[in-house]
Design a protein around this ligand. Structure first.
Ligand SMILES: C[S@@+](CC[C@H](N)C(=O)[O-])C[C@H]1O[C@@H](n2cnc3c(N)ncnc32)[C@H](O)[C@@H]1O
Length: 274
């Protein structure tokens, strides 16, 4: 998989400015911004904040936990975890622009003492072994072809009995997805595996699967709604469309079809290091 092609897909220029403009148009004061003001844009995964709240339950977070967010994007989940649970969180992401914006948004909401971000690859995590209580990852795995390496790196940096919590897109049971999708303008940067293949890679990485929850049905409603409201007059200034370029509406429509036709599936889950 070509890292540059993935960074180019996500790293459209001027993201920070469009977010700041969107915040101002929504009536927010940039001098007294709260982490939740950023939720329409910085939770760049299916069902946004709703899903983040669900996986915090699965993670069983505690204030003393050291958390790593792999493929953190703009850092919304990392900031939420730090703000709500008091954990120390590091986010890592391939895309330079996202890391720059993640750091600036974190400064704006005064969470720099708890949260930091670093550019890097999930396949070569720049951390020593046995370091994190929780590894959190949402919607990054589908751009990564080497699943064994992805899960074995996560397992390596987890402390013994530490936990991975994930929320990811997998292949469905019928046919290949319609493209473009939110994670891939073209099929060439998509790396979907089946749920069974992911389970095999997780297990091979000395991780014991604890929870496996199919969220495809709830996700379908989300994409239908996003497709309907994107490009409508009066649609909110701040939203995922700012990150998805000119094909945003088509990506939402395709993902609706992909879920309806069982071409993709979406799962939340946890596994612990043996
Ligand atoms: C759809 S976004 C999700 C961002 C974030 N997890 C969230 O839920 O808001 C996917 C992210 O995965 C990152 N990513 C893809 N491949 C990666 C890799 N090999 N290593 C690190 N990050 C990667 C992309 O740069 C992008 O920021």
């Amino acid at each position: 998989m070509d890292d540059d092609a993935i960074s180019t897909h996500y790293g459209i220029s001027g993201i920070l400015n469009s977010i700041l403009e969107g915040l101002k148009s929504s009536g927010k004061d940039l001098n007294s911004l709260k982490p939740e003001d950023l939720a329409p844009i910085d939770e760049f995964h299916t069902r946004g904040k709703e899903s983040t709240l669900e996986i915090t339950q699965l993670a069983e977070l505690q204030a003393h936990h050291n958390v790593l967010d792999v493929g953190c994007g703009l850092g919304g989940s990392a900031r939420y975890i730090a703000d709500e649970f008091g954990c120390s969180v590091i986010g890592i992401d391939l895309t330079d622009e996202y890391i720059d914006v993640a750091n600036k948004l974190t400064e704006l909401v005064n969470l720099n003492d708890k949260v930091s971000f670093k550019q890097g690859s999930a396949l070569n995590l720049p951390f020593s072994s046995d370091q994190f209580d929780v590894v959190w990852t949402e919607h990054a795995q589908m751009n990564i072809s080497d699943k064994d390496k992805f899960y074995s790196e996560i397992s390596r940096v987890l402390k013994p009995k530490g936990r991975i919590v994930f929320h990811d897109v997998f292949a469905g049971s019928t046919a290949n997805p319609h493209y473009p999708t939110p994670w891939a303008e073209h099929e060439s940067i998509s790396s979907l595996c089946t749920q069974d293949q992911a389970k095999a890679s997780i297990t091979k990485s000395h991780l014991k699967i604890e929870k496996w929850i199919d969220k495809s049905k709830q996700s379908l409603e989300f994409f239908k709604n996003m497709a309907k409201k994107t490009d409508q007059p009066g649609s909110p200034p701040l939203g995922f469309h700012l990150l998805m370029g000119k094909t945003a509406k088509t990506k939402f429509e395709n993902q609706t079809l992909n879920l309806e036709e069982n071409r993709v599936s979406i799962v939340q889950g946890t596994a612990s290091k043996i």
